[in-house]
Design a protein around this ligand. Structure first.
Ligand SMILES: C[S@@+](CC[C@H](N)C(=O)[O-])C[C@H]1O[C@@H](n2cnc3c(N)ncnc32)[C@H](O)[C@@H]1O
Length: 445
């Protein structure tokens, strides 16, 4: 690693390791690549723990490191996928994983797609091609699509036509509308009546095209993730989906827009990027034979489970209301679905230790903060036990507020410190040779 300001720090467990302690300012992005990434569509959601505003620091930490900008990088808790995009732009073959299905679909759209889909099969179908073209040739239509970075998404493209067709569908009633929207039988109002009925119609149509094999897996992921981003913008919540508001707020009355996800292009045309929807530990067991260059670990840091906070997005993504009955006033999904050990003070340390033991990677980069369930000393001990060449970066950071007006929460502090810890995983077996870095696609079920 590039040496600057190295100092020896006594870590827990009595060992001495060379640890570089660096305070990074939360500065505006420096170079155009970073600015472009931050402006990209996809990942713009106000998501707990999103690293969107930390991308410049993550990028800088990698630039200061010895991590080569190629080989497989696994973003194992990918959330919105913004760090996966950064790693893709950096030159890595990216494996992106999250066990929430909405996140998986978003990452599939951002990572597995290398350009905006063409919808060839759908548009070459005689009936659908006519219908979509007819609907989109009308001029008296309100703008419905957001064009992401706007650079590559041309009006008149096949994707514009498909998004325009979907966004003009007449709203309809159905299981999602009834369970979660204003006027529905579930008495919940996560969405206004109009937006709820449009979400129902659009998501039904995407599912039907998929069942009829008129759209491919990546096209389905691209359409659903564009719907998720749009739905999140007009949700009638304070921010997350743990509760809905009693009255429909102004922004929730705005018409739903569909988002055009604009994927980052690969620097290496042969790279086989992959999105996974798996428990982190289970995935590492399956990937054991594959040597990773880097594993980026950005786990939940407190006891707030993502399954409860984003259950509505999960249901829009899975579209599986025939399989469960929404629970209670807020309409949660099954109580035992995706309950994370990383959100439990009792389990978190052992869960992290297992991840480090299972990781067949050369480098590990870990995001955490000073209010995490595992205290700073525990994090240092973890790195001390499994890594060498440790660099500990500390960044002052504005707190994520679930309720942006802060009325319902009594925060002790407005800011917190983010940690970025980079280390070289100690070699555990003789598979850790350069030849093992060949880009290979894992044989996963
Ligand atoms: C802090 S967020 C990641 C944020 C992400 N880096 C971003 O910038 O958007 C943590 C993520 O871990 C996921 N997660 C929690 N437990 C998991 C598990 N056992 N396996 C896989 N993903 C998990 C959550 O669904 C959530 O998306």
């Amino acid at each position: 690693m590039k040496r600057h300001g190295a100092m020896v720090h006594r870590l827990a467990h009595g060992s001495f390791k060379a640890v570089r302690r660096v305070r990074l300012p939360l500065a505006p992005p420096k170079n155009s690549q970073e600015s472009e990434l931050i402006g990209l569509s996809g990942g713009s959601m106000n998501y707990i723990g999103s690293k969107l505003s930390l991308l410049p620091q993550i990028s800088r930490v990698l630039d200061l490191s010895d991590v080569p900008p190629y080989g497989i990088a696994l973003d194992i808790f990918a959330g919105t996928g913004v760090v996966s995009q950064l790693l893709k732009a950096r030159g890595h073959t990216v494996y992106s994983n999250d066990w929430q299905y909405y996140s998986y679909l978003t990452c599939a759209a951002l990572i597995e797609c290398d350009s905006i889909p063409e919808f060839e099969k759908l548009l070459s179908d005689y009936e659908w091609g006519m219908r979509i073209r007819e609907a989109t040739s009308s001029t008296s239509l309100f703008p419905t699509c957001s064009y992401g970075s706007g650079k590559r998404f041309m009006s008149g493209s096949p994707a514009t036509a498909v998004l325009s067709y979907l966004s003009r569908l007449a709203g309809e009633k159905g299981a999602f509308y009834e369970a979660y929207c204003e006027g529905g039988s579930g008495n919940r109002q996560y969405f206004s009546r109009e937006n709820g009925m449009r979400i129902q119609a659009i998501r039904d149509q995407i599912e039907q095209w998929s069942k009829d094999k008129l759209i491919l897996g990546a096209e389905r992921a691209w359409l659903i993730s564009g719907l998720l981003e749009g739905a999140d913008k007009v949700a009638n919540t304070a921010s997350v989906y743990g509760a809905f508001l009693k009255h429909i707020k102004k922004s929730a009355r705005k018409p739903l827009q569909l988002y055009a996800i604009d994927p980052v292009r690969s620097t290496d045309a042969t790279a086989q990027h992959r999105a996974f929807c798996a428990d982190a530990e289970t995935l590492l067991r399956k990937l054991r034979e594959i040597k990773l260059r880097l594993i980026y670990i950005d786990p939940p840091y407190n006891s707030r489970q993502y399954n409860a906070n984003y259950h509505i997005l999960e249901t829009i993504a899975r579209w599986d209301l025939e399989n469960f009955t929404p629970r209670g006033v807020t309409g949660l999904r099954s109580a035992d679905e995706n309950v994370s050990e990383y959100c439990s003070k009792r389990h978190v340390e052992n869960a992290f230790r297992r991840l480090f033991q299972l990781a067949n990677a050369e480098f590990v980069l870990f995001s955490y903060n000073d209010e995490g369930l595992l205290p700073r000393e525990g994090l240092e001990a973890l790195f001390s036990d499994y890594c060498t060449d440790i660099a500990f970066y500390e960044i002052p950071y504005r707190r994520f507020r679930a309720d942006s007006n802060g009325e319902n929460r009594n925060y002790k502090r407005d800011s917190t410190h983010e940690f970025l810890v980079l280390g070289r995983l100690s070699a555990t077996n003789d598979t850790q040779t350069e030849s093992a870095y060949l880009h290979r696609t894992p044989a996963l079920a």
